[in-house]
Write a protein that binds this ligand. Sequence first.
Ligand code: DGL
Length: 256
Amino acid sequence: MQNSIGIFDSGIGGVTVLREILKVLPKENYIYYSDSINNPYGDKSDKEIIEICDEIVQNLMNKGCKAIVIACNTASAKAVQFLRNKYYTIPIIAIEPAYKMVYDHNYNDSTLVLATKGTIESEKFNLLYQKYNNYKTYLCPCVGLADIIEEGNQEKLEKYLKSNIGIYAGKVHNVVLGCTHYPLVQQEIKRVLGNVKFFNGASRLAIHLKEILEMQNLINQESEYGKITFIDTSNQQYRKQKRFYQFLKEEIKNEK
Ligand code: DGL
């Protein structure tokens, strides 16, 4: 669809980013590209991620997208520079772990950053971490968590959280949700960690996207309601699509 915003992730996690974008840009058209055949991105090499993202952006541009949103922290950390250099004619907006938000708002409190191994080990995240370090931060690579969320197995999820982040209960006040899948299980994380404050970069990204579109005169002037087209790369399109719209609806309902 021409005049759309292309948004992608390694699966349905990016719905947490789209939810925030819809709040500020409800009249745009969106193509959501759920690359679940390649899930998880978190354990892949830089080269693999760059190749995957290159193909996705090419694909979205062929569909006439006017802007691209990387709704995946891992892909942003490893591929955004490459993509911006190659596709310099189109705005590419990328999510990153909201560690600066902690620096701006809750600097004095102990902090846990949850993200994929790929994000935590990336140069991009490490620069951010060094710059805004509050020296009371634990970095926790959650290997396999995005996969479990993608799968939707509640029992497995609860077990995983207990054994992998349970040790931080009572030790941290701030939790950075550094993977776009994690806000989908915020309640479950809270049950393990207690009353923590969550930080998520999606709302800032949404405002930034709107500013960029306004600056470049790319705001959709025509349609009254935005249309969302969902594409999944695996052979589970129906199941993925169903969960994607469920999450989208649930989140919109929770906001109200
Ligand atoms: N949702 C992704 C992120 O924000 C990627 C998860 C994965 O595929 O490992 O990092």
